[in-house]
Each structure stands twice: as structure tokens, then as C-alpha cells.
Design a protein around this ligand. Structure first.
Ligand code: PEP
Ligand code: MG
Length: 592
């Protein structure tokens, strides 16, 4: 529930706190700009094709707005109405309005590219508005700029480029941010961000946590309440956004931020200690990474390796696929930075909320569907992409221990096919005289689809390791979109069905004598540590900054007690009761 309380000039808004920490800064409202548009000449015989290209960008823009419109309808009434009204106006402008007709005519009459036509028509319309000097018209002008910006983004296949050149201490405000947008943010200049839409386990939220950027998603009531340059505080732990904070509020939050910093420093002495329970059970703590700049964080936080390298981030924010060399260099650098510690590279897991423009053109809507062409399915459908990844991984494998992880595996056949391709690629590279590691890297499967979890015994026979993806496993088991704030309350990894699938997968791995880790967001939350250890997990991979807190928790746990308690919890059928039992078990350690 999102509430707004007015205190003097200060305003407080609430949404979903998805990335803890407190950010202080100035609002940077993310609108797509029309800067840097390149103009070029289109010959007569190519005008039709240029109009078609514009038409495709229009259709994409309308589809995006329709999607936003659907999401907006679930916000609280006032916000839904306001945002809905704005989005309707935007959709309307893209359906045969003066803007659209003007652009089409401009392309035909002046023989220029669609981007340039958008820019020229926008300038004309703006001039006309200025002459009218009317407040209502002025507000429409900002809508037209936003709409034109969206069309331009779709024409040029670019994300919000303005994220790259932010001034320090910016707090980004946007209707919605994709994981690709988030990947462009640098923690040194972004003090926090808030969006009107977005769910707690979306990849945008995961990226924010990975980069240590405080973030609040789903704060729909912010619409129209923040102006560029307004002073803001983002409390990413409690899900609050404070606009124009009073001195008293500022002082309060400065104290909170100092406390958080103190807690982080207090745990820094754990960096070189092992995570061993009170009764001597060793738990491996590794890191999940997306971007090269995270390698430093892994070391700072004492990660024992990289348990999940989400390679899809290399495919975002670019129009072409990354080359073998591009990928090799990134994998090699991670391995060198990890200095002998293992790195598990997950092959491309584009799809769902993670998007790559270079692949949308080939796969269309299917790639956007969580049930469509994504994960290993896409790689098997486009073996050229998988082969390039394998080549890069095999070359990098000379520099340190590397493993290959296949995402969204659903069947034994997925793994068999992927392994056949791996062997063929290695054979070809040997023939070419390329230096390879002595042994082929272990090939493992993400267990993140209920069908794969239930088939874990069969999969264990064709895999060298498992990594349980509790984020998707929860989503698919409960049919609850992890990126949708409307159903965030239903997304619960403590649901008995999810826990049973985790337990079953873990036991299948143990029975078949292969390593198993858990690399979903549960791994990084100390609240779940005792439960996961109780279920038999001995390897957790998480956002690097969570490692110290999870390590501290593990060092206080008695694994035998955790197993006994997990057994009792697994007899529960009511998830509320399960959560209460977990809370009561954890309370011993919370006080420790
Ligand atoms: C998961 O699904 O739990 C997982 C780790 O993969 P991702 O979050 O990248 O989908
Ligand atoms: Mg997943």
C-alpha cells in the first residue's frame, strides 16, 4: 500500500524498498531526450523502407505504453488515474496524431531518416505551442517530448542514454527502469533511484542491490510530485522517498546512514574468516555478479568465488551481439581478479525482464515472455550465440577455474544438446591450435523451473553441478511474476511448495554426488540462512555486499539444530506458520 503524508513542504512517499541504504541527492527525472540525433539522407527508392522502420518503432512504442498502462491500473486510485491519464494521452499521440503525420510527411518531403524527422517536427510543434502561451498546452508539450523521446529510443534501439552522464548525487526518478538501464548507472554518481512501477525480485531490483544503490520501486504516487533538482532522500530499506526533507528529517537520516556504515565496518573483520557453523559445518559463500566493476566488491566482501556470473548483461545496451573477444576479456578479467577462486559463468539468460535489442528483432514477443524463447532454449535455437560464448569461456579457462551454468533448463535433453555443442566447439578449437584448459569446464544446470526440480535425479546424471535459482523457482511455482509490484505480496519463497522443490533438488544432488548451490536472492538474506542449511545447502551465492551479514549469521548457527528445525518446518502446510517458525528460530541469532 502506498501512502503520502504531507509534513510542511516536505512530502513522504512509500513504495517497495528493494535495495537497502540511504541516498541523499537531487532529483534527476528520466525523460528520453532528443539530443544527439544524427541526420542523413534517404534516397527515393529507400523512403518506403524508412517509413516502415518508423512504423515499427511506433508499434513498439504503443506496445510499451499499453504494458505500462496495464501495470498502472493496479496502483492506488489517485496514482492510477493520474498515470493512466498521462499514458492514454501518450498512446493517443502515437495513433495518427499531428506528430505522427508530420513525421511521415517530413520523411517523404525531405528525404531524411526518421530520427531527424522526429526532431524537426518536434521543433515545429514546440514553436507553435510557445506562441499560444497557455499552461495546459505547455503541459502537453512535455508529453509530446516524452512520446517523441520514446519513439526515438525505439528507432535507435537505445535505452535511457542520459543515465551515463549524471552529475554526482543524482537520484533517478523514472516511470520504469529496465535491468539494462540500471546497468548503465554508476554507484559513484547515482545516490539512489525510484520508479513508479516494478517488483521486488525484478532484475532491476537485483542490479540495484548488486551495485549498492538504494532503491524504491512501485512508488506510483510520486507522479508529478517531484521536480528536476528537488532535494530527495531515498530510504531503500524501508521503501520511503522523502521530497524536500526538513532539517529535522535530514538530521535523522544522516544518523541512520552513519549507523548503516558503522554496521558495515563492524563486519569487515569477517572478510578473511570462513563461514563455519558453531558445530563445524563449512558453508561456501560466493558472489553473484553482472558487471565487471563488481569484481572489486566480491574481494572486499570476502567472496570465495563467483557462483553466478550473469553473462546477459554483456548483451544489453548495444545493438550488436558481443564478440568472442569481448566476452573472453570479461571472463578472463574476472578470473584474474578472483586469483584462483572459481568463476561460474552462466550462458546467456536473456528473456523475461532482461532484454537485448539485438535479439528482439529475431525472436519478437516470445523473448519477452517468461514462458517463451529464453535461457538455454534461446541458446539452443541460436547455436552460433552459444558457440561464441563457449569459445570465450574455454579460452578464459586457461586463466583459472571456470564452470559453465545453463539457465532455464527444463529437460535432460537441454543439457545433452548443450554438452554436444560444447564438445564440438572444444574439438574445433583444439584443431585450430587454440590453447584450452586441461579439462573441459564442468557443465551444470540452473534448477529454477518446477519441472527441472522434479526431474532433478535424472538431470543430476547428465550435469556436473546444480545451482538452484530460487527467484525463478518461486515465480514459476507460484505463477507470480517476480517483476510485478501488484502481486509482490504473493511472491513468497517460504511457500511449502517452493521449499519442497529446493529440498528435493538438494537431496537429488547429494544422492547423485554432485555439488549444489543456491544463487537466488534467498541466499543473500540472513533470515533464510538457517533454513537453507537445514535443507542441506552448503554453498550460497549472493550479491557481494550481503556476504558479511550472511557469514555472521552462519557463524552463530548450529547446523544440527538448523536441520532439526527445518524438518519440523517442512511438516507445515501453512506458509504463515512456516514464516512464524522461522522467525522464532532466527530470534536466537538476531539477539546474538
Ligand atoms: C534465479 O532465478 O534465482 C536466478 C539466480 O537467476 P536470475 O535471477 O538471473 O533469473
Ligand atoms: Mg533465473
Amino acid at each position: 500500500m502506498i501512502n503520502s503524508v504531507k509534513i510542511n513542504t516536505e512530502k513522504i512517499f512509500e513504495g517497495l524498498g528493494v535495495s537497502p541504504g540511504i541516498g541523499f541527492g537531487k532529483a534527476h527525472i528520466l525523460e528520453s531526450g532528443t539530443r544527439d540525433v544524427v541526420e542523413y539522407f534517404i534516397p527515393d527508392d529507400k523512403i518506403r523502407a524508412e517509413l516502415d522502420r518508423f512504423e515499427v518503432a511506433l508499434r513498439e512504442s504503443i506496445a510499451q505504453l499499453d504494458k505500462l498502462r496495464q501495470k498502472a491500473s493496479a496502483l492506488p486510485e489517485a496514482a492510477a488515474e493520474e498515470l493512466g491519464y498521462m499514458l492514454d494521452a501518450h498512446i493517443h499521440m502515437l495513433k495518427g496524431s499531428r506528430l505522427v503525420r508530420g513525421i511521415e510527411t517530413y520523411i517523404q518531403n525531405h528525404g531524411v531518416n526518421a530520427e531527424a524527422a522526429v526532431k524537426h517536427v518536434l521543433v515545429d510543434i514546440t514553436k507553435g505551442f510557445k506562441a499560444l502561451d497557455d499552461a495546459y498546452i505547455a503541459s502537453r508539450q512535455s508529453d509530446i517530448h516524452q512520446v517523441a523521446g520514446r519513439v526515438l529510443r525505439n528507432l535507435t534501439n537505445t535505452e535511457h542514454q542520459s543515465l551515463k552522464d549524471l552529475s554526482d548525487d543524482s537520484i533517478v526518478i523514472a516511470e520504469e527502469l529496465t535491468p539494462a538501464d540500471t546497468a548503465l548507472m554508476h554507484p559513484a554518481s547515482v545516490a539512489g533511484f525510484c520508479t513508479l512501477l516494478g517488483g521486488p525480485e525484478s532484475h532491476t531490483a537485483i542490479m540495484a542491490r548488486a551495485l549498492g544503490i538504494p532503491a524504491v520501486l512501485g512508488a506510483g504516487e510520486l507522479v508529478g510530485e517531484v521536480g528536476a533538482g528537488d532535494s530527495l532522500i531515498v530510504d531503500g530499506g524501508r521503501g520511503k522517498v522523502i521530497v524536500n526533507p526538513s532539517d529535522k528529517t535530514l538530521a535523522y537520516y544522516r544518523k541512520q546512514a552513519a549507523q548503516i556504515q558503522e554496521d558495515i565496518s563492524r563486519l569487515s573483520h569477517l572478510r578473511n574468516r570462513q563461514a563455519i557453523t558453531n558445530d563445524g559445518v563449512k558453508v561456501i559463500l560466493e558472489a553473484n555478479v553482472e558487471l565487471p566493476l563488481e569484481a572489486e566488491l566480491v574481494k572486499e566482501n570476502g567472496g570465495e568465488g563467483i557462483g553466478l556470473l550473469r553473462s546477459e548483461f554483456m548483451f544489453m545496451n548495444r545493438e550488436t551481439l558481443p564478440s568472442e573477444d569481448d566476452q573472453y576479456e570479461i571472463f578472463r578479467d574476472f578470473l584474474l581478479q578472483m586469483d584462483g577462486k572459481p568463476v561460474t559463468v552462466r550462458t546467456l539468460d536473456i528473456g523475461g525482464d532482461k532484454m537485448a535489442q539485438s535479439l528482439i528483432r529475431d525472436f519478437g514477443d516470445s523473448i519477452c515472455s517468461p514462458l517463451g524463447m529464453r535461457g538455454v532454449r534461446l541458446s539452443l535455437n541460436r547455436p552460433d550465440i552459444l558457440e561464441t560464448q563457449y569459445r570465450a569461456i574455454l579460452r578464459a579457462g586457461v586463466h583459472g577455474p571456470i564452470r559453465i551454468l545453463l539457465p532455464m533448463v527444463t529437460s535432460v535433453d537441454d543439457v545433452r544438446q548443450a554438452r554436444r555443442i560444447l564438445h564440438a566447439v572444444a574439438a574445433k578449437m583444439r584443431h585450430e591450435g587454440v590453447e584450452l584448459p586441461q579439462y573441459l569446464p564442468p557443465l551444470g544446470a540452473m534448477i529454477e523451473v518446477p519441472g527441472a526440480a522434479l526431474a532433478a535425479d535424472a538431470l543430476a546424471k547428465v550435469c556436473e553441478f546444480f545451482a538452484i535459482g530460487s527467484n525463478d523457482l518461486t515465480m514459476y511455482t507460484l505463477a507470480t511474476d517476480r517483476a510485478d509490484e501488484k502481486v509482490a505480496h504473493l511472491y513468497d519463497p517460504l511457500h511449502p511448495a517452493v521449499l519442497r522443490l529446493i529440498q528435493f533438488t538438494t537431496q537429488a544432488a547429494i544422492r547423485n554426488d554432485i555439488p549444489v548451490s543456491l544463487c537466488g536472492e534467498m541466499a543473500g538474506n540472513p533470515k533464510y540462512s538457517a533454513l537453507l542449511i537445514g535443507l542441506g545447502i552448503r554453498d550460497l551465492s549472493m550479491g557481494a555486499s550481503n556476504i558479511p551479514r550472511v557469514k555472521q549469521r552462519i557463524m552463530n548457527i548450529d547446523a544440527t539444530a538448523a536441520c532439526a528445525h527445518a524438518d519440523t518446518m517442512m511438516m507445515q502446510t501453512d506458509q504463515t506458520r512456516t514464516a512464524m517458525m522461522l522467525e522464532s528460530f532466527n530470534s536466537h541469532f538476531d539477539q546474538a
